[in-house]
Design a protein around this ligand. Structure first.
Ligand code: 4AD
Ligand code: MG
Length: 432
């Protein structure tokens, strides 16, 4: 048997007899020449069977190939500019490894519900493969950036004893004899403790929110990366975020150009994602939104509509900073220049995406934090350890959380984040 290669390795073996293990995507035949397009996760390969040059049994094997049949194909790799991946295989042998009768997803159009019910099979399609590869690049870039900046990974718990973000979206479960545990909405509070130990830290994992909304940007389980750093104030925090997001987008442009092309992504707007991003205070944003004809008053949170209307007026991501404290989480630092507001920011991505990051400087004053916990009727006892951080060497610190699926959806140019994760968890979906 000739040596086995993955499809993306074939360019280095032109003229050689090679073997490929793959799945069948399409077949067509003129009666004399047969074409079969194969995929193996690394790329796409057109294999050509010439009827008069092969054994009749090989031609018969070719004719039996159906969508998603697993095959081992032998042949000579040839340079062909017109072929996907620039390589064509002239077939000398086909071995069916596993048949695939009546694959449910055919080249015709299917409804979204049907595709999500068959998500385990739908993942094999070109578009889904491209999205997953971009996601992989986003995750690798996140880790590389944070490693380069010497952030230390600290894994925070998924089962938590206190509300991390807001009471409205908790998944609750029984926890032995200790009452209720909540699935983590954020790792942030634990990271603040770790930041006092290590200076710069991050966590990166699944996050859970019982979102009872069916929007195109909410999942019940999503991945969030959360950097947290000592001695970083709110302005430093925004500078870190713009460097971070620019790095992630730049890496996808550099290394995943083919996948972005597969997704028909117009990359011009991504090329513009370089620092500095735009900055607008919440108060100015409200004025601007009024001018844009939006019915929103100072004190109200921005919804998806407002975020999109606002970000549409910019050519790259925009920070909206210093929101009213009433519409933000308890841990954000009060703005000394305007106590009605906090030192926070959201980062809104362009092209109808909206918020991809929420970040803030944290309240480092013990009494003010306690006051805030009481104002919101949060139970004090579970936050005892968190308040301790403000008793023993309290320190200026800030951090943020970037949602991976929203970022992937934006970079891929897909409207709904449920395609940005392999197996989305939503209010109406727990299977497959
Ligand atoms: O703005 P959020 O709620 O911020 C936090 O959780 C902070 N503790 C982060 C921090 O400062 N360490 O969430 C951060 C990001 C959002 O901007 C969004 O991208 C994503 O997480 N996100 C969701 N993504 C998908 N589905 C949901 N239900 C999401 N909720 C938030
Ligand atoms: Mg937010």
């Amino acid at each position: 048997m000739s040596a086995v290669f993955r499809i993306n390795e074939l360019r280095d073996h032109l003229g050689d007899e090679v073997t490929v293990r793959a799945w069948v995507m399409t077949t067509r035949s003129s009666g004399k020449i047969g074409f079969v397009v194969l995929r193996d996760g690394t790329g796409y390969l057109q294999a050509v069977v010439l009827k008069k040059e092969v054994e009749p049994s090989l031609w018969e094997s070719f004719k039996e190939l159906t969508l998603e049949t697993a095959v081992q194909v032998r042949g000579t790799a040839r340079d062909d500019e017109r072929a996907p991946g620039g390589v064509e295989l002239t077939v000398t042998g086909i071995e069916v490894l596993a048949t695939s009768p009546d694959f449910p997803i055919t080249p015709k159009e299917h409804g979204t519900a049907f595709l999500f019910e068959h998500r385990h099979l739908w993942l094999r399609s070109r578009r889904q493969v491209a999205i997953m590869r971009v996601r992989h690049e986003v995750v690798s870039a996140i880790r590389d950036f944070l490693n380069e900046r010497e952030f230390v990974l600290v894994d925070t718990p998924i089962l938590t004893g206190a509300i991390g973000e807001s009471a409205g979206t908790l998944f609750e479960t029984e926890y032995f004899d200790l009452g209720s545990a909540y699935l983590a909405q954020t790792g942030q509070l634990y990271l603040e403790a770790a930041a006092a130990a290590l200076g710069r830290v991050y966590c990166f994992g699944p996050t859970f929110r019982a979102e009872k909304s069916k929007t195109r940007r909410h999942l019940a389980e999503f991945w969030m990366v959360e950097p947290e750093a000592a001695w970083l104030d709110s302005d430093d925090n925004m500078r870190l975020q713009e460097d971070f997001v620019s790095y992630i987008v730049g890496r996808c442009l550099e290394r995943r150009a083919e996948d972005l092309k597969e997704l028909d992504r117009d990359t011009a707007s991504l090329e513009r994602v370089t620092p500095p991003f735009h900055r607008i205070s919440y108060s100015d944003a409200i004025t601007r939104l009024g001018e844009l004809g939006k019915d929103i008053q100072w004190g109200q949170d921005l919804g998806a509509d407002e975020e999109i209307a606002l970000s549409d007026t910019y050519d790259r991501p925009v920070f909206v900073y210093n929101y009213p404290r009433a519409v933000r989480a308890f841990y954000m630092k009060q703005n000394p220049e305007d106590p009605r507001t906090v030192l926070n920011n959201d980062l809104l991505a362009p092209e109808g995406v909206g918020e991809i990051i929420g970040g803030s400087q944290r309240e480092d004053d013990h009494d003010r934090l306690l006051e805030r916990i009481r104002e919101l009727y949060l139970p004090e006892e579970p936050y005892g350890w968190y308040l301790d951080l403000r008793k023993y060497g309290t320190f200026v610190h800030s951090g943020f959380g970037l949602g991976v699926e929203r970022t992937v959806a934006w970079i891929c140019g897909i409207p709904h984040i449920r395609e940005a994760i392999a197996f989305p968890r939503m209010m109406t979906r727990l299977y497959p």
